[in-house]
Structure formats: structure tokens, C-alpha cells
Design a protein around this ligand. Structure first.
Ligand code: SF4
Ligand code: SF4
Length: 241
């Protein structure tokens, strides 16, 4: 799983405990300049949080705010946040006071100006970070000294990264690397279980999901437990011997 936007400026590797100076707040002259013209890829956990932030069902979030794409050579469907046709290609959640879903904003928005990529080596994932230094971003002129580790904590990124890593165990699975491709029914199940949680929950509670646990009670109310089960269920569906 990669959370690296398309940089318009220099981009260099940075270690987890390496310091850098950066701060982003309302007083910077470039406030919200980075919320336009984005190819903002959404992860399953992003959609879970957008659902919580908007109060809409997952199906409504997908219909209103998400573009689903899959090119001929894409193995998995990709989700992108909608940009508005307002002459500036503004993010659909950008309001006059800034981000209207700030508490639930996507992981890529939290991560900026860092990018994080993971690479599967055996059973483990290695993480790598880059620091993007784009000319329009004035956050680098701010005095706050931080480190990658401290920045991830301050942006409340650990749950985003935990779920991204669970997803990477699927997208970077050896059988995918060795050529396994999804059937149409597996593709639909992938979207259902990872991105359309409310419909997945209803399907599960109706008894239509094979391999569901006997005790559904946690999955009926706990979104994160449901997404974690969905990721395990999809892995079983794709990779069961
Ligand atoms: S979700 Fe919020 S922070 Fe992210 S691009 Fe949109 S307005 Fe900006
Ligand atoms: S361009 Fe940089 S400093 Fe300006 S609002 Fe975006 S992240 Fe913050």
C-alpha cells in the first residue's frame, strides 16, 4: 500500500526518527492550497471514516463522493475522492473554513508532506517514508521541529496505517505477485467487504456470508471489527488453498 501523492517538487527518503521542520495551520498563507487538483486515493479505512464523518451510509458515501476506477491492467479496483468542477478542481469536502470533515479526513491528507510505502518481504511488511517538498507548501517555513514518528502520532495515523498494512497483505500477496487475478464475483466481494461496510454488515447479519463467525454481536456494532473481518474474509476468498 502506497500513500505517496504525485509530487510537484523534490522528494527524498526520510527515516522514522529523522527530524524535520514543518507545521500546517490556518495562519499559513497557503492554507487549503493543497486541497485542489488531487488524485486522492482512498483506502477502506478512509471510507469507514468518511462514513462516520458524514453520517451517511457507506453506499451513499460511495455514490456521492467516490470515483471507482479499474484500468485493464489494474488487479484491484481503485477508489478516488471526487474533486468538484468549480474551475479549481477543489476537493468535495473543502469549505470556506477549510476541511469540512477534518476529524475524519483521509490518511493521505494527514500524512502530507510525508509519503509512506510498504513492501512485503516474506511474512513481514517493511515501511519506507519520503518527505515531499513542494514549492506551494509553506509549512516548511514554520519553526515546529518534529520527526516522522512524532508526526504520525500527531496526525492520528496509526489506525490508518494498521488497516493499510492489513490490505497490503492482500494486494502484495505472493499469489497476486505470481499472477492470480480476481474473477468478477471476487471483485464485487472485494468492493462489498472493504468499501461498502453497511451493505456487507446487512449481508452478514442475514446469514449470506460463508465463514462468518457464529457470534456476530461485535460485527453488528463495531465498524473496525467488521472491516478487520472483511479483510480476513477476502483473503480467505482469494487465497484459500
Ligand atoms: S479531505 Fe479535507 S484535507 Fe483532504 S483534500 Fe479534502 S478538504 Fe483537503
Ligand atoms: S500547502 Fe502545506 S502548509 Fe499549506 S495548507 Fe497544505 S499542507 Fe498546510
Amino acid at each position: 500500500m502506497t500513500q505517496i501523492p504525485h509530487p510537484a517538487g523534490p522528494c527524498r527518503p526520510i527515516g522514522r526518527h529523522e527530524p524535520f521542520s514543518f507545521a500546517c495551520h490556518r495562519e499559513v498563507a497557503c492554507f487549503t492550497r493543497c486541497c485542489h487538483e488531487l488524485e486522492l486515493a482512498l483506502t477502506p479505512y478512509d471510507i469507514l471514516r468518511l462514513r462516520q464523518g458524514t453520517g451517511l451510509s457507506s453506499a451513499e458515501v460511495l455514490a456521492r463522493y467516490v470515483i471507482i476506477e479499474q484500468e485493464a491492467d489494474d488487479i484491484f479496483p481503485r477508489m478516488y475522492l471526487t474533486m468538484v468542477d468549480d474551475g479549481a478542481a477543489s476537493c468535495v469536502f473543502l469549505g470556506s473554513q477549510g476541511c469540512s470533515i477534518y476529524r475524519h479526513r483521509p490518511g493521505a491528507c494527514r500524512m502530507y508532506p510525508l509519503g509512506r510505502a510498504t513492501m512485503k518481504t516474506g511474512e513481514n511488511l517493511e515501511e519506507h517514508f519520503v518527505l515531499l517538498h513542494e514549492p506551494h507548501c509553506l509549512g516548511f517555513g514554520q519553526p515546529l521541529l518534529t520527526s516522522v514518528h512524532a508526526y504520525l502520532q500527531s496526525q492520528e495515523l496509526p489506525p490508518y496505517n494498521r488497516f493499510n498494512d492489513l490490505l497490503a497483505q492482500i494486494t502484495q500477496h505472493d499469489r497476486i505477485r505470481h499472477g492470480l487475478r480476481l474473477s468478477e464475483s471476487q471483485r464485487r466481494a472485494f468492493i462489498l467487504a472493504l468499501y461498502d461496510l453497511d451493505t456487507f454488515r446487512a449481508t452478514l447479519l442475514n446469514g449470506e456470508i460463508t465463514d462468518a463467525p457464529d457470534d456476530h454481536s461485535a460485527l453488528a456494532h463495531d465498524d473496525e471489527a467488521l472491516l478487520e473481518f472483511g479483510l480476513r474474509w477476502i483473503a480467505g476468498l482469494l487465497f484459500a488453498p
